[in-house]
Structure formats: C-alpha cells, structure tokens
Design a protein around this ligand. Structure first.
Ligand code: C2E
Ligand code: CA
Ligand code: CA
Length: 592
C-alpha cells in the first residue's frame, strides 16, 4: 500500500510510518507534489491508497481545492484530513468536492496520538479490505469470464464431439445413432405421424470390388447428396451404414410417400461418373408408417422387414410394411429354427431329377435337390427354406451335408453325373473348391462325374474369388453349370470369361416356347451362341412333348423336367438305372 502524507514540522509521515510499518509512506508538501508523486508511483504500478492532508492552521479555502484535485486524480484512494475542529465550513466544503464521502475521514486537532494511529490504521484497513474485495471481485469476474469462455469452448468441443458421434464422416449427414435419436425425439413429440424409409443400394459390393473402395465411397457420397436434394426441408436423411440410408418424413400422405419413394429410386438409379467410370446401381426401400403407439424400435423393425421384402422380391423397388410381411418374417424365423433341428434329426432327404440327352433321352446325369419334410409344416419347398438358410448362414452346414450325400449316392450309380446346387454364400466360402474335391475323394467319386450349378449372383458378387474357385474345380475335372439362365442381368458373352461348361435355360422360357414364337427364337439364339462359346445347353422344366420338340429344334442338347422324370429318391434312381440297363433294346439308360 502506498500512503502519501505531508512532511512538515511534526513529521506526520514518520508517525504514519510507525503506524503502518509495512507500507510505503511518501512525505510531500502540498497537494501538487502529492499528486505528482502519486502519479509517478501509479505509473510504476503502485496506486496511492491513502492521502493524508494536514490543514492545521491553514486557510480552509485551499483545503477544499486540494481535496478536489486529489480526489479527481485518484478516485479510489482514501482521504484523511487533519484540521482544526473549529471550522465546520472547511468540512462542508470538503464533503462538497468529493462525491465519495465514505472514503473521506476527518481527524480533528489537537491530535490524540493513540486515537490518530487507530484512525489511520482503520482507514488503511478499510482501503485494503475494500480493494482486496474489489480485486477478488475483479479476479472472480475475470475467472467467471474465463470459465464462461472455457465453458463455451467446452460446449463447442462437446458440440463437435456430439456432432461426430451423431454424424457420418463420409457424407456429413446423420449416422445411425443420430437417426435413432431424431426418430425417438419426433415420436416423443406426438405431433405428426412419422414415416421411416430404409434404403439399401443393390449390388453395391460389386462396385467396391471392381472399382475399389474409393470409388465406392465416392458413389455413396454422390448418391447421398442427390437424395439430400430431394428430402423435404425439415425432414431427415441419414447414412446408417455402408450403403444403407434412412429417411424420416413427417406428416406425409400415403400417396405422397409412394411418390417420394419413386423419386428416391429414380435418383439412386441414375448413372453417375465415379473416378472415371460410368456407374449405375439401383436401390431397395423398406417403408414403415407410424401407427398408434409405435416405438422407434418397432418402426425401424417394420421398415427393415419391408426392406428385406423389397430385396427378396427382386430389388430396385420399395415395399411398404404390412402384416403379411410380418407373417412372412415370423414364418422365416420358424423355418430357421426348424431347419436347424431338421439337419440334426434326419428330416432332410435328397431327391434326384434326371437330365437327359435331348435327341434320345439318354440319361446324362441327375440334379440333386434337397427335400425337407417338417413335422410341423409338412413338406417345405427348398425354394422357401434355402433362401432362409442362405440368410442365416445355415446353408454352409446344410450345403456340406447335401454335397456329401449327393456324391455318396452318385458313387453307387454307374455312369451319370450328379449336379449339385451351390448357393452364392456357399460358393463364396473360403476354400470351397478344395472342400468339394475333398468330398469327392471321401466318396471315392471321380470329379468328372460332378457338376455344380451356380446362379450368376454367385459369380458376380465376388468376381475374383469366383474366378479362382472355378479354375481350381475345372482343372480337377468338375463341370460348372450356370443355373436359371435368362432370369439375371448378364450376357453370355460377359459370362464366357468364366470357366463355365453348361448353361441351364430357366423354366420360365421353356414355359413360353409353345405359346409365343419370340421365346423359341430367344432359346434358339442362346443355344447357338452357347455352342459357339463351347458351352452345352440344358433346358429346364420340360413338361410336354410339344416343348421337347421345339427345344430340340432350337438346338438344346439336354433336357430336364417332369416329361422325363420328377425328382426321386436315391433308391428309386438305382432301381430306374438298373431297369433301364436290363431292358434289351437300350445299351444306355434312356428316358424317352
Ligand atoms: P432349381 O435349381 O432351378 O431347381 C429346379 C426346380 O424345378 C426344382 O424345384 C425342380 O423340382 C423343379 N422342376 C424340375 N422339373 C420341373 C418341371 O417339369 N415342372 C415344374 N413345375 N418344376 C420342375 P425344387 O426342387 O423345388 O427346387 C427349387 C429351388 O430350390 C431350386 O431351383 C434351387 O434353386 C433350390 N434348391 C433345391 N435343392 C437345392 C440344394 O440342394 N442346394 C441349393 N443350394 N439349392 C437348392
Ligand atoms: Ca438347379
Ligand atoms: Ca434352375
């Protein structure tokens, strides 16, 4: 603390130094010097805390002026005026010139030493306390400001973290967590009905596989931006995972939703330039409307089931959730559980359907078809349970069982090959080729008596792996057939790059060959093209003699269908083959 005191006859400064031993006390003559010294001290960082005036025996007119000057220059300082007690006008004048009477103290002469010391000490204390409080207040204000700033920073950082936690890094739209939060929030508000769309790009994996992940990312970004442009303001678009998006729209009519889905499909299906390549994908959409009391989980589950239905119904479409979808889903679950049991309790059997030479009915081979007779549901079509097994992964164990059984059964027949269906998931399994060859060895069956049937999805889903597997199998002598030809997308010329021996023309074409000439022409040109590429052709699902005639004329080398034989048990095959071999006029087994 810094005290300015008059130096003079009585050495007031000395007396005050004694009173405040730890403070700096400046002795000066008159207000001008006091102010000058106090100013100098302030410039060096020390504010004068107390000014003491000694006006004993001096003209009072001067007093008020000096007090005014000091007060103006050092507003926060304490002022002590020592004056003769007689002149009350002096005090009034002083009070008038200072706006802060609470920091003005009068000491009346003659001075009582003890009294005066106490007064000076009290004033100094008051100053210290006041200023300490002020400093603390300032300090606190500063730290409050600091806290606020830090708070704001923290909030900002929290915002960033929250943003990152709720947003997708690639596209900048909400991620799954953000989507779920938003949906929960909107359902909680109970204002307008919400509609959830789950969107999944079809065959997106093949873009990643053929053009690389950067191209895949680029495509996702572009499609997301395009969708974002058509999502109504105030509604939500999110990227829920790799190639899956979610949209929440509020208060839309059914017709509005249908129209919106069609727009989303159009936007997703546009051809786009991605890293120098022209790329086109389609999308499948599952839609769920908010009913009464729908929770976020239910709504998402419904949309998911609808999406699943859209996918299995052929992709590039939308499905709106209804109870039929739910029933189908429950059926799927019951099949899933039942199938697991079926594999362990001998409910599965193999059936074999003959494949014959078109011109003379000679048996070339048998297609192995799995049969399930369930105690709960009765006979279930493989068309129903194989896709479920495929989805759940059960197909791997199931497929192993089927392959081993089929190869073992074939070993007992003399001559014909066995043709085993492999689903996409089975075929893309690690070491599938080695596995099949191992089963052949276990069954002691020559690989040239094995044919595998693949759909083009199994090949196109992972072109590289498919190519490797096909080469190993072909090199060992296993034949490869392309199943359901004509139902997919690819051209024969494209598929020719893979090691394929045979194509199986789908039953849907065969059904039509007797009805319209167009189908017969298509079958004929496919057969010709296949022959020129060194592949053989099997027509499937031949039921009538008329079909047989047309298919022979069209150039199909082999036929399969009820016209020649339905799928039968392994024992029936043995009996059939034995019967045919024994008949006198047939050196080879024939079904005409
Ligand atoms: P797919 O491979 O196209 O099999 C041909 C289907 O057509 C079989 O039905 C067969 O019984 C039926 N079929 C054959 N000839 C005729 C005919 O003249 N008329 C009619 N209406 N149908 C005929 P299935 O056995 O019900 O099999 C359905 C599908 O299930 C198969 O279609 C195949 O995709 C799958 N599948 C069957 N068995 C297996 C298997 O062991 N493994 C795998 N992965 N899939 C299998
Ligand atoms: Ca087949
Ligand atoms: Ca087929």
């Amino acid at each position: 603390m810094f005290v300015v005191a008059p130096s003079g006859a009585e050495d007031l400064a000395g007396f005050i130094r004694e009173t405040l031993p730890r403070e700096t006390v400046l002795g000066c003559d008159g207000a001008a010097e006091a102010i000058a010294r106090a100013d100098a001290a302030r410039r060096s960082g020390q504010a004068a805390a107390v000014f003491i005036f000694d006006f004993r025996g001096k003209p009072v007119g001067d007093l008020a002026e000096q007090v005014r000057q000091v007060r103006n220059a050092h507003t926060a300082a304490e002022l002590i005026v020592i004056a003769d007690g007689r002149d009350s006008a002096a005090f009034a004048a002083c009070l008038q010139v200072t706006q802060t009477p609470e920091t003005l103290t009068f000491l009346l002469a003659p001075l009582q030493r003890q009294e005066a010391m106490r007064a000076v000490r009290i004033v100094a204390e008051r100053y210290r306390a006041l200023h300490q409080a002020k400093r603390e207040l300032e300090e606190r204000n500063r730290s409050i400001v600091g806290l606020e700033t830090r708070g704001r920073e923290l909030n900002a950082r929290l915002d960033i973290a929250m943003h990152a936690a709720r947003h997708d890094g690639l596209t900048g739209v909400l991620n799954r967590a953000g989507f779920v939060d938003e949906l929960t929030l909107r359902l909680g508000r109970r204002l307008q009905k919400q509609t959830v769309l789950l969107i999944d790009l079809d065959r997106f994996k093949s873009v990643n596989d053929t053009l690389g992940h950067d191209a895949g990312d680029d495509l996702v970004r572009k499609i997301c931006a395009a969708m974002s442009a058509i999502v109504p303001a105030g509604d939500i678009l999110a990227r829920l995972g790799g190639d899956e998006f979610g949209i929440i729209i509020e208060g839309a009519s059914q017709a509005g939703v249908v129209e919106f889905c069609a727009r989303v499909l159009r936007v997703c299906g546009q051809s786009r330039r991605v890293q120098g390549h022209e790329v086109q994908v389609s999308a499948s959409i599952g839609v769920a409307y908010q009913g009464d009391n729908h929770t976020q989980t239910e709504l998402m589950r419904h949309a998911d089931l609808a999406l699943h239905a859209a996918k299995t119904e052929g992709r590039n479409r939308f499905r709106i959730y209804d109870t039929a979808i739910d029933k189908a889903a429950k059926h799927r679950v019951s099949i899933e559980h039942g199938l697991e049991r079926a594999m362990n309790t001998n409910q599965l059997k193999m059936a074999y359907q003959p494949i014959v030479k078109a011109e003379n009915g000679q048996i070339l081979g048998f297609e192995a078809l799995v049969r399930w007779n369930s105690p709960e549901h009765g006979p279930i079509s493989p068309a129903d349970f194989v896709p479920v097994a495929e989805e759940t992964g059960l197909i791997l164990d199931l497929g192993d069982w089927i392959t081993r059984q089929a190869l073992k059964d074939c070993r007992r027949w003399n001559g014909p090959y066995v043709s085993v269906n492999l689903s996409a998931r089975q075929f893309l399994r690690h070491n599938v080729a080695e596995r099949i060859l191992q089963y052949a060895e276990d069954a002691d069956l020559a690989p040239r008596r094995i044919q595998i049937e693949l759909t083009e999805t199994a090949i196109i889903d992972d072109v590289e792996r498919a190519d490797q597997n096909l080469k190993i199998l072909r090199a060992a002598g296993v034949r490869v057939a392309l199943d359901d030809f004509g139902t997919g997308y690819s051209s024969l010329v494209y598929l020719n790059q893979f090691a394929i021996d045979c194509i199986k023309i789908d039953k849907s074409f065969v059904d039509n060959v007797t009805r319209d000439r167009q189908s017969a022409v298509i079958v004929a040109s496919v057969a010709r093209l296949a022959a020129s590429l060194g592949m053989t052709v099997v027509a499937e699902g031949v039921e009538t003699e008329e079909q047989r005639q047309i298919l022979i004329a069209a150039g199909c080398g082999a036929l399969q269908g009820y016209r020649f034989g339905k799928p039968m048990s392994a024992r029936d095959v043995t009996t059939l083959l034995a019967g045919l071999a024994a008949s006198a006029d047939a050196p080879e087994a024939r079904l005409v």
